[in-house]
Design a protein around this ligand. Structure first.
Ligand code: CDP
Length: 570
C-alpha cells in the first residue's frame, strides 16, 4: 500500500517535458507514468543495489523524497531509463580515437552504441596523424582528424539518443596538432559538424608563448616529429576571432585538468563530455545529478543542515547508479567501475542568490556561491569516505599515487548545464544566471501569455510594484534594469545573463572551480553583441588565470539561431 504524500506541483512546462520525453509510454504512445510513479521507479531501482546493506530499509523512500520534491535530480538518462530494460543511466562518456582505421571505426561503433542509450560522447582527435601524412599500408595519404570527424558526425546524425534526444559529441584537438588551423575554422560553416561541440585543448606552454609572443611547435602525434612552428599569438587570435563570430571553438585548459587528475596512474585526460563539465579518461563514463539550491534558503539564510544531508544522500544515490547501470560496452563497464566517478552538481544557484538578496555579479554573490559549493564538496567527500568504509574504496585507489583519503569515488563534483532537468525543477540552469525575468509567449493567434519569473513575481507583488503593464515593459526591454518602478536593489538582484559583465561571469566560474568543483563547469560567458575580439581575448586570459578548465563564450546574436545551449536544448 502506498502512503499518501503531499503532492508536488510541477509547472506546465515541466509536465510537457516529462510527458514528451521521460514518462514510459505504451505502444500507442500514451504515458504509463506520472511524476510520482516515475520517481518511485527511479528510487526503487537505485536503492535495490543496497539490498544487503544494514540501512536498506527506507533508503528508497529517502531517494524518492529527494527527487520527487525536486531537491536533487539525476541526469536525464537516469530519470528515463532506471528500472527499465535499457538501464543505461549515464550522461557522459569519453572514448579514445586510436590512429588506425580499426581504432577510428571502433570508436565510431562504440559511440553509436553509447548514443543509442541516451549518453553523450567526447572524443579527442589529437592522436590522429595529420592530413596528407603517409599511410604505410596503402602507400596513400592520411585524411586527417577533420575528415574523420565528419564520419563521426554523420554516424551521430542517424542515431537519436535512446530515441529521445539528438546525439551530442565533443570533439577536441590539441593546439599543437599540425591540423589545428583547419580545426579552428571548421565550424565557421554552421551547417557542418552540427552534432559536435568543438574545443581546442590549450596547453600551459602555449599560453606562455602567447604571453611572451613566441613561436611554438606543431607535433605529429604518430611519430613526435616537429612539423612546423607557428606564432602562438596568431593562433590564439584566430581562436578568439572564430569564437567571437559564432561561439566556436571553445577552449579547454588541458594542463589545469590534468593537474587535478585523481588517478594519474591510469592515464591522462584528453577530452571532456559534450558540454565540457566532465573530464574523463578514455572509456570512462560518469553519471551526474544536481542539487536544486533554491530549495535551501530558509528565512533568508542557507539551510546548511538540510543541504549537507542532501549532498550526502545524493552521493549515495549516484554511487549506487554505477552498480545498477547497464554499460553499452565492456571496456566502459570496466573503466567506470575502476574509478567510480560521479558528477554531483548544482542548479538554481541564481534562485539561491536571489533569495539571499545577493546580486549574482557581486563579490558577496561570489563568496556565497563559493561557500555553498565548497560545503557541498566537503559533505560529498565525507559521504564518499563513509561509503568506502562500508563498501570499499574505488578499485583503482592506490596509496602510492593517491595521497587523499580512501574514498568510494575518484571524482565527486562537476557543474552541469542541467538543460532539461532545470526545466523540470523550474529553476535557473546549473550555475547560470537567469536568461530572462519576463517573457511573452505567443499561445494562439493573438493570445499572449506573460511568463514572469516566480521569485520576481512574488517579490514584486509583496512590495507592491507588480503590474501587467510593467511586466510587458520588462519583457520588451529584455531587462529589469532602468525601470523606475522597480527599486534599485531589486534591479541589481534580478540582473540577467546579458546584464552581467563577461568578467563577472568568468569570476563566478573561477570561484566555483576553485571552491569545490573536482572536474569542470559548463558555463556560458555571455558577451553583448557590441563586444570586440579584444573582449573575448581578455575573457580567455582571465579564465586561464583564474584556473578555469575550459571556457565557452557567446556573443549575443552571433549565431544564426540563438540557442542557450545547443546540445542540451535539443
Ligand atoms: O538536464 P539533462 O540531464 O538533460 O542534461 P544536461 O545537464 O543539460 O547535460 C549533461 C550532459 O548530458 C552533457 O554534458 C552531455 O554529456 C549529455 N547530453 C547529451 O548527451 N545529449 C544531449 N542532448 C544533452 C546532454
Amino acid at each position: 500500500m502506498t502512503r499518501s504524500i503531499p503532492k508536488q506541483q510541477l509547472t506546465d512546462t515541466a509536465e510537457t517535458v516529462l510527458e514528451r520525453r521521460y514518462y514510459l509510454k505504451d505502444a500507442e504512445g500514451k504515458p504509463l507514468e506520472n511524476w510520482e510513479t516515475l520517481c518511485r521507479r527511479v528510487s526503487n531501482a537505485v536503492a535495490q543495489v543496497d539490498l544487503d546493506q544494514p540501512d536498506y530499509e527506507g533508503l528508497a523512500d529517502r531517494f524518492f523524497t529527494m527527487i520527487y520534491y525536486l531537491d536533487f535530480l539525476p541526469n536525464s538518462p537516469c530519470l528515463m531509463n532506471a528500472g527499465t530494460d535499457l538501464g543505461q543511466l549515464s550522461a557522459c562518456f569519453v572514448l579514445p580515437v586510436e590512429d588506425s582505421m580499426d581504432g577510428i571505426f571502433t570508436s565510431i561503433r562504440n559511440g553509436a552504441l553509447v548514443h543509442k542509450t541516451g549518453g553523450g560522447t567526447g572524443y579527442s582527435f589529437s592522436r590522429l596523424r595529420p592530413k596528407n601524412s603517409a599511410v604505410q599500408s596503402t602507400q596513400g595519404v592520411a585524411s586527417g582528424p577533420l575528415s574523420f570527424a565528419a564520419v563521426f558526425d554523420a554516424a551521430t546524425e542517424t542515431i537519436k539518443q535512446g530515441g529521445k534526444r539528438r546525439g551530442a559529441n565533443m570533439g577536441v584537438l590539441r593546439v599543437d596538432h599540425p591540423d589545428i588551423l583547419e580545426f579552428i575554422v571548421a565550424k565557421q560553416d554552421q551547417t557542418r559538424y552540427t552534432n559536435f561541440n568543438f574545443s581546442v585543448a590549450i596547453t600551459d606552454l602555449f599560453m606562455e608563448a602567447v604571453k611572451n609572443d613566441q613561436e611554438y611547435d606543431l607535433i605529429d602525434p604518430s611519430n613526435g616529429d616537429i612539423i612546423r612552428t607557428l606564432r602562438a599569438r596568431e593562433v590564439f587570435d584566430k581562436i578568439v576571432d572564430l569564437a567571437w563570430h559564432n561561439g566556436e571553438p571553445g577552449v579547454l585548459f588541458i594542463d589545469a585538468a590534468n593537474r587535478d587528475n585523481t588517478t594519474p596512474q591510469l592515464g591522462k585526460f584528453e577530452a571532456t563530455n559534450p558540454c565540457g563539465e566532465q573530464w574523463l579518461l578514455p572509456y570512462e563514463s560518469c553519471n551526474l545529478g544536481s542539487i536544486n539550491l533554491g530549495q535551501y534558503v530558509k528565512n533568508g539564510k542557507v539551510d546548511w543542515e538540510r543541504l549537507g544531508a542532501t549532498a550526502r544522500l545524493a552521493v549515495r544515490f549516484l554511487d549506487n547508479v554505477i552498480d545498477c547501470n547497464r554499460f553499452p560496452i565492456p571496456e566502459i563497464a570496466e573503466m567506470t567501475q575502476k574509478t567510480r566517478k560521479v558528477g554531483l552538481g548544482i542548479m538554481g544557484l541564481h534562485d539561491m542568490l536571489i533569495q539571499l538578496e545577493l546580486p549574482y555579479g557581486s563579490e558577496e554573490g561570489r563568496q556565497a556561491a563559493a561557500e555553498v559549493m565548497a560545503f557541498v564538496r566537503t559533505e560529498a567527500e565525507a559521504a564518499s569516505i563513509e561509503l568506502a568504509t562500508m563498501k570499499g574504496p574505488f578499485p583503482a585507489y592506490d596509496e602510492r599515487f593517491n595521497t587523499y583519503p580512501a574514498r568510494r569515488n575518484a571524482a565527486l563534483t562537476s557543474i552541469q548545464p542541467t538543460g532539461t532537468v532545470s526545466m523540470i525543477a523550474d529553476c535557473a540552469s546549473g550555475c547560470e544566471p537567469y536568461f530572462s525575468i519576463v517573457m511573452i509567449k505567443n499561445v494562439m493567434d493573438n493570445d499572449r501569455l506573460l511568463m514572469v519569473n516566480k521569485l520576481f513575481e512574488r517579490i514584486a507583488r509583496a512590495e507592491g510594484f507588480y503590474s501587467a503593464e510593467l511586466m510587458e515593459k520588462v519583457a520588451k526591454s529584455g531587462t529589469v534594469i532602468g525601470h523606475a518602478a522597480i527599486p534599485k536593489r531589486w534591479q541589481e538582484i534580478f540582473r540577467t545573463a546579458q546584464d552581467i559583465s563577461p568578467e563577472q561571469h568568468i569570476r563566478m566560474q573561477g570561484v566555483l572551480q576553485k571552491n569545490g568543483v573536482d572536474s569542470s563547469i559548463s558555463k556560458t560567458i555571455n558577451l553583448p553583441s557590441s563586444a570586440t575580439q579584444d573582449d573575448v581575448r581578455t575573457a580567455y586570459m582571465l579564465g586561464f588565470e583564474l584556473g578555469c578548465k575550459g571556457l565557452t563564450v557567446y556573443r549575443d546574436g552571433s549565431r544564426d539561431h540563438q540557442v542557450l545551449n545547443t546540445v542540451a536544448s535539443s
